[in-house]
Design a protein around this ligand. Structure first.
Ligand code: GAL
Length: 410
């Protein structure tokens, strides 16, 4: 078939310029309103700037649902044309197995190493000096999102930080408003725990535990304050009877909840709802306590493909994803920061400007912070979820169990 197609395309080239177009299946888990609006910018750019066709392979559910599906398809010999994964080591075994397209030629020709900021996002794509992914955004989990309507209804000012938020909670409850929106999936409560730990415990404590696995730090009085704040958070979420993260965000958008501790991808939902940062909602990086961001987010990978036209389409898409125009169009809708510092974000809103300033000031959590094994991470995730859902578990209980896990963490 391939030979026929090549002959056909050769014959066709004789009288036209376009070779045969490839259908490129692209998998991702961006299915909320804001995420869909953002990924459509990628699709539009690809369809308008190449002769190829974006076949959308959206996978419903969070990354925890989509990643195993994506990875098993590639290992199982049914590769997609391109896929989203997170920054980091999620594709490491696929790359080591030689299943992923080497993008080094494009990266060097286009100077990616000089463009990508922070460059360690490109390091996460690099194995043995070869580049296998294109970073597309920077997301940070440590934000507090606040509804102006909810606080107006409660007759209190919009809080400037986590502590003011907790102090305002009784007024919200008196007005029939759930103080803190939270979806009922463990990754969301664990995200909130990490954000509270950085905000209330501080960066040094956060790193001492997550990187150094220091059990004394885990049992310290400073960490008791973190668990007390996490205890307040779970109490303030009673009544937040939603499952998905974007349903929790919608409680804030509609003023049914006062706030949500969540990543800046929540911002895409506010934008789809045509709400304006600083007017309809407020965003507090580091929960307004510790102006810091992490450089999480997403990168695109391209499984090896036997069809030369598909490979050509993959390379054209990789170039588009890192281009200035596409970086601006996508990140403004995604609520994330661009991965290159030379773009003109005149349309950046209040929240993106806050994130860009923190990034420019270098107040960034180092990468590779969370060096726990999957087993240790699972123990921690389970512990946090049990605490969140069982109010009979005390702060002393969870801190004792947490310290034991850290003491044996690998
Ligand atoms: C993250 C991803 C974000 C956002 C979030 C919720 O893993 O980096 O882009 O989509 O999941 O779905």
């Amino acid at each position: 078939m391939k030979l026929f197609r090549n002959l056909l395309s050769t014959a066709v080239i004789g009288c036209t310029t376009s070779a045969y177009a490839a259908d490129l299946e692209v998998t991702h888990w961006w299915t909320s309103g804001g995420e869909a609006a953002a990924v459509s910018e990628f699709a539009k750019a690809f369809n308008e700037n190449t002769q190829h066709n974006w076949v959308d392979g959206a996978i419903a559910g969070s990354g925890g649902t989509a990643r195993p599906i994506i990875i098993s398809r590639i290992i199982g010999g049914e590769p997609m044309g391109a896929t989203q994964l997170n920054h980091g080591r999620q594709a490491e075994e696929l790359v080591e197995a030689g299943l992923m397209l080497d993008l080094t030629d494009i990266a060097e020709a286009e100077g990616w190493r000089d463009l990508v900021n922070p460059v360690r996002l490109l390091d996460a794509c690099t194995l043995d000096g070869r580049i296998y992914c294109v970073p597309v955004n920077i997301h940070s989990p440590q934000w507090l999102w606040l509804s102006h309507d909810a606080f107006a209804k409660a007759g209190v000012d919009v809080p400037a930080d986590w502590f003011e938020f907790v102090a305002a909670a009784p007024a919200l409850e008196a007005a029939g408003i759930v103080p803190l929106a939270m979806g009922q999936q463990s990754w969301q409560t664990n995200l909130a725990f990490g954000a509270i730990m950085v905000a209330v415990g501080g960066t040094d404590l956060y790193l001492d535990i997550l990187t150094n696995k220091n059990a004394d730090a885990a049992s310290s009085a400073e960490m008791t304050k973190v668990f007390e704040a996490f205890d307040q958070a779970r109490k303030l979420s009673v009544g937040s009877n939603v499952n998905d993260w974007n349903q929790a965000t919608n409680l804030v958008i509609t003023g049914k909840a006062g706030g949500q501790i969540h990543g800046d991808w929540a911002q895409g939902e506010f934008q789809v709802a045509e709400q304006v940062a600083g007017e309809d909602y407020t965003c507090l990086p580091g929960l307004g306590v510790n102006d810091i961001i992490a450089t999480g987010g997403d990168a695109f990978y391209f499984p090896l493909n036997e069809d030369d036209e598909v490979t050509a389409a993959q390379k054209e898409l990789a170039s588009l994803l890192i281009s200035k125009e596409v970086q601006v169009a996508f990140n403004l809708k995604k609520g994330s920061l661009p991965i290159r510092g030379d773009v003109d974000l005149e349309a950046a809103n209040d929240c993106m400007k806050k994130g860009l300033k923190i990034l420019a000031d270098g107040n960034v959590l180092p990468d590779g912070v969370n060096s726990f094994s999957a087993d240790t991470q699972n123990q921690l995730d389970t512990l946090m979820t049990e605490f969140w859902n069982d109010q009979s578990i005390t702060v002393a209980d969870i801190q004792g169990q947490y310290t034991k896990i850290i003491a044996t963490a690998d």
